[in-house]
Design a protein around this ligand. Structure first.
Ligand code: DX5
Ligand code: ZN
Length: 220
């Protein structure tokens, strides 16, 4: 058995940054499974967002899984800071370099789950020699950098990753990130995704709608 129940990971990139603690509490109460934190450095991706200090400040606001998506290069110098700040999962991009295998080992050595993110143009083959070090594979369905972009239909890629996960016999999360709304969530779920990241589709309607919007993505 290598498929988990569907989990929803709201991306706080689309939350109200002036009220981030309350926003994290609100999605927790509304049924979020993971709190997805998009970390951008203005270099690996053309946007600047959140650092480890913000993760540390948010940590007391929820006991849900903190799913930290690092879009920074290099990532290695910051792994320990995010681990100590309270990340549960730390996801890196292979292009962040320089040594993917070593970076994944470093995340595991910090006692955290290690994720590997595949940009839309990054081939699935990058998983070839690191699958035993990976606890989560993130399939990006937009080019990283901004919330609110249109979903790129990569269901064939999601299916290919699902097959690779099945071949390991281990529980590895298959997370899809970018342009997820109730319709694209269904396409991603049907292709084998079991964790869905959503920024705009959760936060777009304000706190009164968080629970309904999370439920709509779960599709149950
Ligand atoms: C994109 C980020 C995503 C993004 C999702 O670089 O990794 O997590 O915030 O936002 P939506 O759901 O609005 O596409
Ligand atoms: Zn993300």
């Amino acid at each position: 058995m290598t498929t988990n129940a569907i989990r929803i990971a709201p991306s706080i990139l689309s939350a109200d940054f002036a009220r981030l603690g309350e926003e994290v509490q609100a999605i927790d109460v509304a049924g979020a499974d993971y709190v997805h934190v998009d970390v951008m450095d203005g270099h690996f991706v053309p946007n600047l967002t959140i650092g480890p200090g913000v993760v540390r400040a948010l940590r007391p606001h929820s006991r849900k899984i903190f799913d930290v998506h690092l879009m920074i290069a290099p990532a290695d110098p910051f792994l320990e800071a995010f681990a100590q700040a309270g990340a549960d999962i730390i996801t890196i991009h292979p292009e962040a370099g320089p040594h993917l295998h070593k970076s994944l080992q470093a995340i595991r050595a910090l006692g955290k789950k290690a994720g590997l993110a595949l940009n839309p143009g990054t081939p699935v083959d990058v998983l070839d020699h690191v699958m035993d070090l990976v606890d989560l594979v993130l399939v990006m369905t937009v080019n990283p950098g901004f919330g609110g972009q249109a979903y790129i239909p990569l269901e064939d890629k999601i299916r290919a990753v699902r097959q690779r996960i099945a071949a390991t016999g281990r529980m590895i999360d298959l997370e899809v990130d970018g342009g997820i709304n109730p319709e694209t969530a269904k396409a991603a779920r049907d292709a084998g995704a079991d964790v869905l990241v959503a920024g705009t589709a959760v936060f777009g309607g304000g706190p009164g709608q968080y629970a309904a919007r999370i439920a709509a993505l779960r599709g149950s």
